[in-house]
Design a protein around this ligand. Structure first.
Ligand SMILES: [Zn+2]
Length: 372
């Protein structure tokens, strides 16, 4: 298959290509259909799952796409390229490792070209303990009127006020204030929700069904929108302690960055998807990364997200406005060029190979768990 044919322009096309690539590899796709929502072309929405390799494998590698919906165009393309790579699948099976591909964790956002889901929830802020008090993001509350002004595009006054706030408090503060997640404004940006979303509990069901009884899990969660064009940053995705980071680096190398110690392009975040692991597969030997592919400079990406949320709050916007905002989202979360696609596929395959090689627990050791 030609590389560019692995990638798609719509969610529906991506879903077809994923199932078709699985069928061609002799594998079955198991759909978990969305119970309430349809896609932008009125198509069915689902999380689709493919298992490759020995059923009884004690080691499992998980590759997920579209936790942030619009980023699924990247992740789904890489998943199709992997299903199309007979040698990689054979090497995985020969190693005795099972490979679980989950297509479109957030199918609604994938289809509608939004980062968030059907409830305006950022899934990667939604894996919280909702029985406990939720954190209050004062920085976000302060910036919200400037981030999402009444008019779009924002006026010069708004942009100047925003630049002044960033200049006064620093870029790191700004990034954390916006992206750390907030739990008080359901129509705002990076909203983590008040309950576990459909994608949250469906992903937990999938983890429990496919992961129960296995000894180890290595998880690669595909993302876009931060960092240099086409470069895949391997960001530690697990507990914040030094031992957990060391386990992740043992699998994916010393270049693995961490949000906790400031080596990553990403700020520290709440409610990340990996929290599903200790909740559903207690005691499993776990290591994971977010593989984050850069697209445009950060201010452009943030502006695209601000526009998307503005549109969500102004459903009566005209079609020209709508098209401009959607195009900005497309460009912010997908590098529509052959060099970018090649980089994505090459680096995703390298990360999967590293996960297969590092799938076996290193000498027992401490069990990972959610820090309490
Ligand atoms: Zn993302």
């Amino acid at each position: 298959m030609r590389l560019r044919d692995c990638f798609s322009r719509t969610y529906a096309q991506a879903r077809d290509r994923f199932s078709e690539a699985a069928r061609a590899a002799g594998l079955a796709t198991v759909p978990f259909a969305h119970p309430t929502h349809r896609g932008v072309q009125d198509e069915e929405l689902a999380m689709d799952v493919v298992w490759a390799g020995p059923r009884e494998a004690s080691q499992m590698v998980l590759l997920t796409s579209g936790v942030h919906g619009a980023e699924g165009f990247c992740g789904a393309g890489a998943q199709v390229a992997i299903l199309d790579d007979a040698l990689l699948l054979q090497d995985c099976a020969d190693a005795g490792v099972g490979l679980l591909l989950v297509h479109a964790v957030n199918p609604y956002g994938f289809s509608w070209l939004r980062r968030v889901n059907e409830d305006n929830v950022d899934l990667n802020r939604n894996f919280m303990d909702f029985t406990a008090a939720l954190p209050y993001n004062a920085g976000y509350a302060e910036l919200a009127p400037l981030l999402l002004p009444d008019a779009w595009p924002p006026s010069e006054e708004v942009e100047t006020a925003l630049s002044n706030a960033v200049a006064a408090r620093g870029m790191r503060w700004y990034q954390a204030a916006i992206s750390a997640g907030q739990y008080h404004d359901p129509a705002g940006m990076f909203y983590g929700g008040r309950v576990a979303s459909w994608s949250n509990y469906t992903l937990r069901r999938i983890l429990a069904r496919y992961g129960a009884g296995r000894a180890s899990l290595r998880w690669i969660d595909l993302h876009t929108g931060l960092g240099p064009w086409g470069y895949g940053e391997r960001i530690h995705m697990g507990p914040g302690d030094a031992d957990a980071l060391a386990r992740t680096r043992a699998v994916w190398g010393e270049e693995v960055t961490s949000m906790e110690d400031g080596t990553s392009v990403s700020a520290p975040l709440h409610g990340l998807v990996w929290h599903a692991v200790p909740d559903t597969l207690a005691g499993i030997d776990y290591a994971g990364i977010a593989l984050e592919f850069g697209t445009l400079p950060m201010p452009d990406v943030l502006r695209a997200l601000r526009g998307d949320h503005w549109l969500h709050r102004h459903p009566d916007a005209d079609n020209t406005q709508r098209a401009l905002i959607r195009d900005a989202m497309w460009q912010a979360f997908y590098g529509d060029a052959d060099d970018w696609r090649e980089n994505v596929v090459e680096q995703t395959k390298a990360a999967v190979r590293a996960a297969i090689a590092g799938a076996f627990p290193a000498g027992g050791g401490a069990q990972p768990g959610r820090a309490s």
